[in-house]
Design a protein around this ligand. Structure first.
Ligand code: SF4
Length: 367
């Protein structure tokens, strides 16, 4: 049996559910940090097949969802500059800013393009040597190495027309913000395996030590998630709080040190970064190091970039959802005024957003 079939195998899933039932004697709130894992949980209807006392709380790990409106406004302002091609990832196109969205800017004639990989920016820059190509970079630790690799190639090959607007963010700081807010009770975390492939597992040790919450680093298939739930329940049963790795097929404790070095060469931690729903979080985002300021669009275009905090649409509860305080079904316009075709908020736009997951898999979750 191939690995993916094994990780979706019905018999294995049933055996895991039975094992979980044996260990499940008290209510447990588990936050899955990553939006990709939220989608797996909803796609396979895990809340419906697990014991009722296991509650999944959806976390802030959707990079598009956590971008506040003012960062979208930055992208729109940059796209409106003469001689500029703005490049980003597809999910960013429909996220509403304060007055517009990139997809609307493109429809009105601005040169906004999407790429599957940051390296595709090189081709655009080569073919448009008379224009400035600005890469609007988003993502957690998983995608940051690709942006750093693009910076490396851009410098080595002496590109003069590639610039970067960096919106890379880090997983642990918003977890501390959520835990310290007291808004929601979280007993344990399921952490995204692809982040730990890069960072290693040590980034979660302070969370375990400070809050005594088990953290299990896991993958993106139903068997991965269920094994992580079982590992969490075993920790509770044994009265342990540890960082454990279920995703051993890809994660090493030290992570990818070459990728870490590449990131560190070009990017530094910002003093603070503003998150949708979570506000300003210290040391939670990355920025271009001063020595590479010549390619930093935030510095080159600093006079035209707005820096005003902008609230979400008044009915949108995306911010509460990202804090774990609400679920998509608590939003009064879910599936009516807000759908993937006509999204009011980022959580419905993004392919990793919780609202998008609930909408996409609503049959599986019996909505
Ligand atoms: S359903 Fe739409 S409006 Fe409601 S919280 Fe989600 S994104 Fe916001």
């Amino acid at each position: 049996m191939d690995i993916i079939k094994e990780l979706r195998d019905g018999a294995r899933i049933s055996a895991l559910i039975k094992a979980i039932e044996r260990f499940s004697d008290t209510p447990v709130n588990i936050m899955e940090i990553c939006g990709g894992q939220t989608h797996i949980i909803m796609k396979y209807g895990l809340p419906q097949i697990l014991p009722e006392n296991i509650e999944f709380i959806h976390g802030p790990g959707c990079p598009v969802c956590v971008m506040p409106k003012e960062r979208i406004d930055h992208a729109i302002s940059l796209a409106n500059q003469d001689n500029v091609i703005l490049v980003t990832l597809g999910d960013m196109m429909r996220v509403p800013g304060s007055k517009s969205a990139l997809i609307k800017e493109r429809a009105s004639g601005r040169d906004v393009r999407t790429v599957y990989s940051p390296i595709d920016v090189l081709k655009i820059a080569k073919e448009n040597s008379g224009k400035r190509v600005i890469y609007f970079a988003i993502g957690f630790e998983t995608t940051t190495p690709m942006t750093a690799a693009l910076m490396e190639v851009s410098i080595k090959e002496s590109f003069k027309n590639i610039f970067f607007h960096i919106n890379h963010v880090l997983v642990p700081p918003p977890i501390h913000t959520i835990m310290q807010s007291g808004d929601v009770k979280i007993d344990a975390f399921i952490a995204p395996g692809h982040v730990s492939v890069i960072t290693g597992t040590g980034i979660y040790k302070p969370i375990v030590e400070m809050y005594k919450t088990p953290v299990v680093v896991t993958g993106f298939e139903p068997v991965d998630i269920l094994e992580a739930v079982l590992m969490i329940l075993r920790q509770f049963h044994d009265k342990r709080s540890e960082v454990e790795t279920q995703y051993r097929r890809a994660v090493r404790a030290e992570g990818n040190t070459k990728a870490q070095q590449l990131i560190d060469k070009y990017l530094a931690v910002r003093d603070t970064f503003r998150w949708r729903g979570l506000g300003d979080i210290p040391k939670s985002g990355l920025m271009i190091r001063d020595e590479f300021a010549f390619m930093d669009a935030e510095k080159v275009y600093k006079d035209i970039l707005p820096d005003k905090s902008i609230d979400d649409h008044k009915v949108c509860r995306c911010g509460d959802i990202l804090r774990g305080k609400a679920k998509p079904l608590n939003c009064s316009v879910f599936g009516t005024a807000c759908t993937p075709e006509n999204p009011l908020g980022a959580c419905m736009v993004s392919s990793e957003g919780s609202c998008h997951a609930y909408f996409k898999y609503k049959k599986a979750v019996d909505i």
